[in-house]
Design a protein around this ligand. Structure first.
Ligand code: HEM
Length: 537
């Protein structure tokens, strides 16, 4: 398609008013005072001390001193691009969301890809889960789909998220290792929280070393709800599939690229878009009727479980295209604030206990990361439709709220909420029936941690199985605690005995049966001479 197409979209038009190009302009201070010199500070005499009076020096250095904001607490390393979502097929029967009604409707989007664990300056091609967050600038407000490139997650309940991340991130006493799951705290977390088994299988698979962003799947992970005009709801899981197919690196390539070009994936995205090779994803949903909520042998609200596509097929209804690079990485990629709680009418949450915690976390973290409550006014975060409410003031308020009224109910300004009629389109939360006692447990099937991990292993080809074993060997082989290495083997025997036995040999611990393995190499993992897996016929 024509590379200029995006210029017509409403988000790009909105951003245009904020773009400033300094080229060829005379330099001024922030107060627009023309400056006569940007090279020498003001001094008392040729060899004297610098003077406080040098307003330009003070302003320039002060601004520099404050240039950094905190990196994201997770997903710090990221890269983003603009694009659009095009609807193929009306989803009217399932949702009243305005941007999903009329085929051909195009909605501006902004997408940020990220690595979960590493810091902002870490390498792209490390073994990690990748974030894949999409902001849809719809005419009814911003809708954020804050997904990953894997369909499940490590934990079932948000209360464990800080623990998971503390275990994954570099260890606190020595800040090692940067951006890797090859360490004691990560594997200690895994063996101590066995609901992670399925996700760890994905993490040890080739899916965790994506070749580039353009060839990754995207998943909403959680179960959401679509709600139509009649108020009828369906449970859904969102999927987006790259037109170019899913491709991975092999571990050896990934490691070499990390050294030779740590920016490999961001460079690939930037270059592809600059050349007009716009990456595309087909966008779809798996849907389950409300009445079928309990038809499965897993709980559909458990984020460590997939819905098998053979039983619940993905229905494609649109396409995502990325067609424009950012103008400024800080202004757009760093300052964008995604939040799973940003929804539009016709899209709603479920009681997935992981999602429920996320609904709190994102706004909370962004209040500190982006310096106060007004970050929705940052250009990249502004909806393309007008927004009005009685929220006022706070650090760096941009808009000038005119008039005497900033409260509701009022009779002076008549700024009432919209009603839920189609014409007014006010958001109404789905009227789910909720009953029960206040309790901390979940349904029994949340305790089945291994069935789907086993299915995942069994669905792999011989070479893919070998790669998984090599990954376990590499990562677990670096764990200092022999006890943890042993417990990893003992845990993953629940997925596959043969797999666990080979890993046991490779990482120098007892076979899962307890039988002693003769250990020869001092650190078998580092030698990379792994036992070769031979698929059984
Ligand atoms: C980013 C929390 C689970 C996908 C973040 C951030 C926080 C967070 C605090 C940083 C946001 C910012 O600074 O703007 C949580 C919590 C979770 C959780 C508490 C579980 C309870 C998940 C899951 C997914 C996910 C299951 C995928 C489905 C992402 C993505 C980003 C992110 C893609 C990066 C967004 C961006 O590019 O700016 N998360 N997260 N998170 N999270 Fe989560």
């Amino acid at each position: 398609s024509d590379g200029l197409e995006h210029r017509e979209n409403s988000k790009d038009k909105q951003l245009e008013q904020y773009r400033v190009n300094n080229y060829g302009e005379k330099m001024t201070t922030n107060q627009a005072l023309k400056i006569s010199n940007d090279e020498f500070s003001l001094k008392a005499g040729v060899r004297g001390p610098t003077l406080m009076e040098d307003l330009h020096l003070r302003e320039k250095i002060t601004h520099f001193d404050h240039e950094r904001i905190p990196e994201r607490v997770v997903h710090a390393r990221g890269y983003a691009a603009h694009g659009e979502f095009e609807l193929y097929k009306s989803m009217k029967d399932y949702t009243k969301a305005g941007f999903l009604q009329v085929p051909g409707t195009k909605t501006p989007i902004f997408t940020r890809f990220s690595n979960v664990a590493g810091s902002k300056g870490s390498a792209d091609t490390v073994r990690d889960v990748k974030g894949f967050a999409i902001k849809f600038y719809t005419e009814e407000g911003n809708y954020d789909l804050v997904g990953n490139n894997m369909p499940v997650f490590f934990i079932q309940d948000a209360i464990k998220f800080p623990d998971l991340i503390h275990a994954v991130k570099p260890e606190p006493h020595n800040e090692i290792p940067q951006a890797s799951s090859a360490h004691d705290t990560f594997w200690d977390f895994v063996v101590s929280n066995q609901e992670s088994a399925h996700m760890v299988m994905w993490l040890m698979s080739d899916r965790a070393i994506a070749k580039n962003f353009r060839v990754m799947d995207g998943f909403g992970v959680h179960t959401f709800r679509l709600v139509n005009e009649e108020g009828i709801a369906h449970f859904v899981k969102f999927h987006w599939k790259p037109k170019l197919g899913v491709h991975s690196l092999v571990w050896d390539e990934a490691q070499k690229i990390s050294g030779k070009d740590p920016d490999f994936q961001r460079r690939d995205l930037w270059d592809s878009i600059e050349k007009g090779h716009f990456p595309e994803w087909e966008f779809g949903v798996q849907m389950i009727k409300e009445k079928d909520e309990f038809m499965f042998d897993f709980d559909i609200l458990d984020a460590t479980k997939i819905w098998p596509e053979e039983t619940v097929p993905v229905q494609i209804f649109g396409k995502l295209t990325l067609n424009k690079n950012v103008d400024n990485v800080f202004a757009e990629t760093e300052q964008v604030a995604f939040h799973p709680g940003n929804v539009v009418p016709g899209i709603d949450f479920t009681n997935d206990p992981l999602l429920q915690g996320r609904l709190f976390s994102y706004l909370d973290t962004q209040l500190i990361r982006l310096g106060g409550p007004n970050f929705a006014e940052i250009p990249i975060n502004r909806p393309v439709c007008p927004f009005h409410n009685n929220q006022r003031d706070g650090y760096s308020r941009q808009r000038i709220d005119v008039g005497q009224v900033s409260y509701h109910n009022n009779t002076l300004a008549n700024n009432t909420p919209a009603t839920s009629t189609a014409a007014e389109g006010g958001y109404v939360h789905y009227a789910e029936k909720v009953e029960g006692k206040v309790i901390q447990a979940r349904s029994e099937s949340f305790k089945d941690h291994f069935s789907q991990a086993r299915l995942f292993w069994n669905s792999m080809s011989g070479p893919e199985k070998q790669h998984i074993i090599n990954a376990f060997t590499f990562e677990v082989g670096k764990v200092n605690s022999k006890d943890i290495r042993q417990r990893v083997v003992d845990m993953f025997v629940e997925v596959d005995k043969e797999m666990a036995t080979i890993i046991a040999v490779d990482v120098g611990v007892n076979r899962p049966s307890g039988e002693q393995v003769p250990v020869t190499a001092s650190s078998p993992a580092l030698s990379q001479e792994n036992t070769i897996y031979t698929p059984q016929t």
